[in-house]
Write a protein of this length. Structure first.
Length: 329
């Protein structure tokens, strides 16, 4: 399945800077509202070090990670649902996403004006106000959509499945200053503003500085600021948790690949993500755990240790399963 996340927020919260950092796509980041007039889209590989291990083990020709699609949506303002700013232009793009990443300004910088032009005073209060503005606009937009749907149903009672904006899971990404990256007290207070949704704390400027760095260089760079994971890793982990997703792996000489599925998916359902024929003609799945494969060093050694299993149609897939499906159509 393809994971698609819409990045939203008020103008000048660091949204496009973050998008640039996540995708290296070079989206316009300017210090004025509506720099992102058309949604920018970037498809990014999901970091998964397990694929590197498998690729080396199988001497594979090609590595194919799972991917996530980010959609950077033009900055919203108060009254957007009624046509202020860019009005409803953004709504269709959010409806197409499985989750919303709401970027919230949680830093002070006199050189970057706030969307409301108010002076920086109380970070917590202003963060809450900004969150409330976006939430209200999404609610108002849904009310308008609901009224249109109800009017349509009076003429045609056929059920219509509308992806209402307020029903989509939200991950809050607080753009903090460098001190905020390790300020546990501030982070706890910001997390409390959005519970039970997940909250991530990043510094968009630092993320942008890391663009072009290798994975090892990024880790060393972040370590100097007391941070373990970058924004991409944090956001994808939060999205997988929020949407109840996991990955299974396939490995061989031609290709090593990660596949995204829902937690609780059966072996035939997982097979169907590769090809519908795999699910339709499913016979069995040969499965081992990635950790076992890494520890024993080869598929042959795993088999000899009795750690390679044959599972049937009722098997519930686990994160990190390395699988070969047997099917007959």
């Amino acid at each position: 399945m393809n994971l698609k996340i819409g990045i939203v927020g008020l103008p000048n919260v660091g949204k496009s800077t973050l998008f640039n950092a996540l995708t290296n796509a070079g989206a316009l980041a300017a210090n004025y509202p509506f720099a992102t007039i058309e949604p920018n889209v970037g498809i990014v590989p999901v970091p998964d070090e397990r694929l590197d291990v498998l690729a080396k083990m199988y001497e594979t020709d090609k590595v194919v990670p799972a991917t996530v699609e980010f959609v950077d949506i033009a900055g919203l303002v108060q009254g957007a649902s009624k046509g202020e700013g860019l009005g409803n232009k953004f709504l269709a793009h959010i409806r197409e996403c499985q989750a919303i990443c709401h970027v919230v300004r949680a830093f002070k910088d006199d050189d970057i004006v706030r969307a409301d032009n108010k002076p920086e005073e109380d970070i917590l209060k202003q963060a809450k106000d900004d969150i409330d503005i976006i939430n209200l606009e999404l609610q108002l937009a849904d009310e308008e959509t609901r009224a249109k749907v109800n009017a349509k149903k009076k003429k045609d009672p056929a059920d219509e499945n509308i992806p209402y904006l307020t029903e989509k899971p939200v991950i809050y990404m607080f753009n903090v200053d460098e001190n905020g990256l390790t300020d546990q007290d501030l982070q706890s207070k910001l997390q409390n503003l959005v519970k039970p949704s997940k909250a991530i704390f990043i510094n968009a400027k630092l993320e942008e500085e890391m663009s072009g760095m290798s994975r090892e260089e990024r880790k060393e760079f972040l370590k100097s600021y007391g941070v373990e994971h970058d924004a991409l890793e944090e956001l994808i982990k939060a999205a997988y948790d929020t949407l109840n997703l996991q990955s299974f792996l396939t490995a061989g000489k031609k290709e090593c690949r990660a596949w995204t599925i829902k937690k609780g998916a059966t072996a035939p359902e997982a097979a169907g993500t590769i090809h519908t024929d795999f699910e339709r003609g499913f016979i069995a799945a040969s499965i081992c755990n990635f950790d076992d494969l890494q520890n024993y060093g080869s598929e042959k050694a795993v088999r000899e240790a009795g750690k390679l299993r044959t599972e049937g149609k009722t098997y519930i897939m686990q994160d990190g399963d390395v699988v070969e499906f047997k099917f007959n159509v």
